[in-house]
Design a protein around this ligand. Structure first.
Ligand code: PBG
Length: 322
């Protein structure tokens, strides 16, 4: 009985009709652009596996931030490459650390731009793990102190949001407590709540020079096979005080974005990670995919799944197209 009364193609006939019934819309204000800040001056070093992304010294970083602001992008998230690394990740929580100085510079030069800081230790430890290594394993509770100190130092520098990505248990509560005690009760926490031990972080580790020197991250990041466990991670982070939760990576985990959207009434972010970006760019460079369409389709899918905030290396290109 349905056909020929119902013809689904009627509403697809022209762009005005398609536009009228479109369910998912993207806006530049949803996008967060990840940026990598390094020591020096006038440094703009392209990352091999991430064309169009750079390690930037603070003076150059500020220029990219001004551009991001003028494109109406929702904000930036900063990753730091310290002058030197050590066993104690001291660069992560130093008051004059690379990210802390970068935040101050951005807040001075581009005050209207939202600045998020990634709170983690892997870029700052000599072994490349996300926390303090004791007897060959990352010690959870000792690492919480570093994370809390980093978050407070970022807030003190002027960060609008702090975003822990280390996957230690209890870090949201530890960071919330430390922020409040230091007078930053108003600084929100965006928690990388469900972060998987993913091969798709490969290009990022070149960008941030943060590949683990032994072993891998599977004793703290999640097993890609586990969806119910992701919901528990998210639930715990919300209980501990996370204001926004994140699922990462994005495209291979759309089911979990949707599951989280249906269960939790907090803003949900998804991170289209370096490998997701690089796959599209590499295929486009080979002439195998249309870059712009692959970019917009993947971002639209992430939005349709339920993420209202998308961290993406395409933030600039997508904002220009929209
Ligand atoms: C730090 C961190 C990583 C990413 C974001 N924060 C790397 C990792 O966990 O190994 C990956 C982002 C990307 O691949 O774009 N822990």
């Amino acid at each position: 009985m349905a056909y020929p009364i119902h013809r689904m193609r009627r509403l697809r006939a022209t762009e005005p009709l398609r536009s009228l019934v479109r369910e998912t819309h993207l806006e530049p204000s949803q996008f967060i652009l990840p940026l990598f800040v390094c020591p020096g001056e006038g440094v703009r070093r392209e990352i091999g596996a991430m064309p169009g992304n750079f390690q930037l010294s603070i003076d150059e970083l500020v220029k990219d931030c001004a551009e991001a602001a003028s494109l109406g992008i929702g904000g930036v998230i900063l990753f730091g490459l310290p002058e030197s690394k050590d066993e104690l990740a001291s660069g992560a929580y130093a008051e004059d650390g690379i990210v802390q100085r970068a935040v101050r510079a951005i807040k001075r030069e581009v005050p209207r731009l939202l600045v998020i800081t990634d709170v983690c230790n892997c870029e700052y430890t000599s072994h490349g793990h996300c926390g303090k290594v004791v007897n060959g394993d990352v010690d959870n509770d000792a690492t919480l102190e570093w994370l809390a100190a980093s978050a407070v130092s970022h807030a003190r520098a002027g960060a609008d949001i702090v975003a822990p990505s280390d996957m230690m248990d209890g870090r949201v509560a530890a960071i919330r407590k430390a922020l409040d005690a230091a007078g930053f009760a108003k600084t929100p926490i965006l928690s990388y709540a469900a972060k998987f031990a993913s091969v798709f972080y490969g290009p990022f580790r070149e960008a941030a020079e943060s590949a683990p020197q032994f072993g891998d991250r599977r004793s703290y990041q999640m097993d890609p096979a586990n969806g119910r466990e992701a919901m528990r991670e998210i639930e715990l982070d919300i209980e501990e005080g996370a204001d926004i939760i994140m699922i990462k990576p994005a495209l291979p985990y759309l089911d979990l974005i949707r599951m989280a959207r249906d269960r939790f009434d907090v803003p949900i972010a998804a991170y289209q990670v370096s490998g997701e970006f690089s796959m599209i760019v590499a295929a486009a460079r080979n002439g195998w995919l249309d870059r712009d369409r692959a970019m917009l389709e993947s971002l639209t899918a992430i939005g349709r799944a339920g993420a209202s905030i998308i961290l993406t290396y395409f933030a600039r290109d997508a904002a220009r197209l929209l």
